[in-house]
Design a protein around this ligand. Sequence first.
Ligand code: FE
Length: 242
Amino acid sequence: MPSINPANQILALQSGSKSGECAALRKELSVKFVQELRLPYAETARQLGVSTSAVNQVFLRLARTVLLILLFMNILSACNGAPPPTITKNSTVMTEKQHPVNPYFSHTDTTSLTLSDAVWKEVLSPAVYEVARHGSTEPAFSGKYWDYEGKGTYSCAACGNRLFRSDAKFASTCGWPSFFETVRPNSVLYRKDSSFGMARTEVVCGRCKAHLGHVFDDGPAPTGKRFCMNSIVLDFEPDKAS
Ligand code: FE
């Protein structure tokens, strides 16, 4: 790239330049735009002067790399005689409850739940508290549900409010669990989010107002929505065997 001036860099990227520096910067910014700002692939592509499929390819390669690293760790653990890390789907680890001391957790009570910050801090694990009450975002591909395929219901990990059925979950390469519809229209509430200079729609729990993630308009039919959620604030309950 001829100059380190940020404005020149943006112009060079948007011009479609295929120089080595531009390609590397485009890849780096694609990851930041999608993972940190959760921009849809199409908007990320528009900002960087590439096609949507090019952005998609970046994340397909990233997902493959993560799986290879997990596989490598699994082999290393096996060689050392230690229990392997959990990478298999439908494992029991996926269904562990995250709310052992939360008396407000309920799958049936849908009345509004308002608690003080001190109480939330007491009844939630630090990781759930940080995302649910402070709006943090877990790193992409790090959560336990992003590629989970179990059949059942996903609820709010803070209060138990039912949010999504596994039938509405779809394979997204974004690194977070993605759904195209909620179980009830009022399962979640929406808030405008203009952080980072972007216009996004935040999704919060309809019962306890916990931050869950964001919703975008690039999901599959029939709704066209992509509810991009944090695994850590979801609690999965498998369907009972019939
Ligand atoms: Fe909730």
